[in-house]
Design a protein. Structure first.
Length: 372
């Protein structure tokens, strides 16, 4: 084993050690992942002299370079969201709409493969402004993930994404307005909502969409009222429409409205499960199993009082990988702090609705796509 002496700037406060730390004879002092939370700890280590195995150090450097070379998934999703909005709002003047929407769905599938946890983070945590377009993209993403649990073909998942993106093409502006409306729906608004699936199909047909599965899924994507269980006497519902419907209902709960705050993710999952028929509803079950009770992008409260954000699933459903953002006394940490939720002091004790945390997060830094 060849040892390299560490300098003070290489051991960082409140950041997990990227390698094992040893003394000069090579005996282990601190294991990889150990978190130094006090500057005096670092000072003491530097005084006695600490070392790292050269092979471990060089392997970590290679990992850093590989991370820097990866495509930034958040930039990809920002471009996809912008492209989605442009296509949906300019379909009338675009004779290539169907083809370009198909190309967009391929781009979405590619971005999902880059980093699925970062993508889920963006869908759950994403900016609530411009709701109608972002909600359609979120639905396409989550529905496609859940569909993988059924073993659907790639062609079916592609159709699912295209239909989810265009499900509300007939009421984009109205959908945005409704998020700001605190009063009950007017009769005219109710009629427009009821009519938008069929109207959406007609818009797609006029935009040269010929895929019958795509058209049928958009027309039938409201298979029940408010996400309730499927009627026993209706077995002819489109599977794609059902998946979109229950994904739509689940994600809508996570976004705030003028007449109600956003619902915490675990509450949204429980409401969907109970209202949709529980374990007897395969679509709702697949969505909940795929997203978990604390999906990436959601906020949680820890046992020590911290408010944290979930980055990735953990070894169990109740132990996600999180970074603390705010202390129990309301202090915003200058740098987020990784917490081990398997430890009692950092146990997740509650989910926090998105609207309760008014912060802009450096997503790239959280996920290791930026070194600054």
């Amino acid at each position: 084993m060849k040892l390299l002496r560490l300098c003070a700037h290489q051991v960082r406060l409140n950041e997990p050690l990227p390698w094992n730390v040893r003394n000069e004879p090579g005996h282990l002092l601190l294991g990889k992942g150990f978190l130094l939370t006090d500057q005096s700890q670092i000072d003491t280590l530097m005084e006695r002299g600490v070392f790292v195995d050269q092979d471990e150090y060089e392997a970590h450097q290679r990992e850093l370079k590989a991370a820097q070379a990866r495509k930034d998934p958040f930039a990809l999703w920002a471009n996809i969201l912008k492209r989605t909005g442009h296509l949906l709002r300019n379909h009338k003047d675009n004779p290539q709409f169907a083809q370009e929407l198909g190309e967009l769905s391929t781009q979405i599938q590619g971005a999902m493969k880059e980093d699925v946890n970062a993508g889920t983070f963006e869908m759950v945590h994403g900016d609530p402004t411009g709701y109608s377009v972002s909600h359609s993209l979120q639905t396409a993403f989550v529905a496609s993930l859940a569909a993988e649990r059924f073993g659907w073909t790639e062609n079916d998942r592609t159709t699912l994404i295209r239909a989810a993106l265009t499900m509300n093409i007939a009421m984009l502006d109205m959908q945005n307005a409704l998020t700001q409306q605190a009063t009950p729906l007017t009769p005219q608004q109710r009629a427009e909502i009821d009519a938008h699936p069929l109207k959406g199909r007609l818009i797609l047909e006029s935009s040269n969409v010929s895929c019958q599965d795509w058209l049928r899924t958009v027309q039938d994507h409201h298979v029940t009222t408010d996400g309730r269980s499927l009627p026993q006497d209706r077995k002819d519902f489109s599977q794609l429409a059902c998946m979109i419907h229950y994904t739509d209902v689940y994600l809508a709960k996570l976004s705030p409205r003028a007449n109600r705050p956003a619902i915490a993710v675990n509450v949204a999952a429980r409401e969907l499960f109970l209202k949709s028929g529980g374990a007897d509803n395969p679509y709702a079950s697949a969505i909940i199993k795929q997203m978990g009770i604390f999906p990436p992008g959601s906020f949680v409260k820890l046992a020590n009082g911290d408010t944290a954000v979930v980055l990735r699933p953990g070894e169990t459903a109740n132990t996600p990988q999180v970074h603390s953002l705010i202390s129990s006394d309301g202090w915003v940490f200058p740098d987020t702090k990784p917490r081990d939720t398997a430890k009692p002091e950092f146990k997740v004790v509650a989910a926090v609705p998105r609207g309760n945390v008014m912060m802009r997060l450096n997503r790239q830094k959280l996920f290791g796509y930026a070194t600054a």
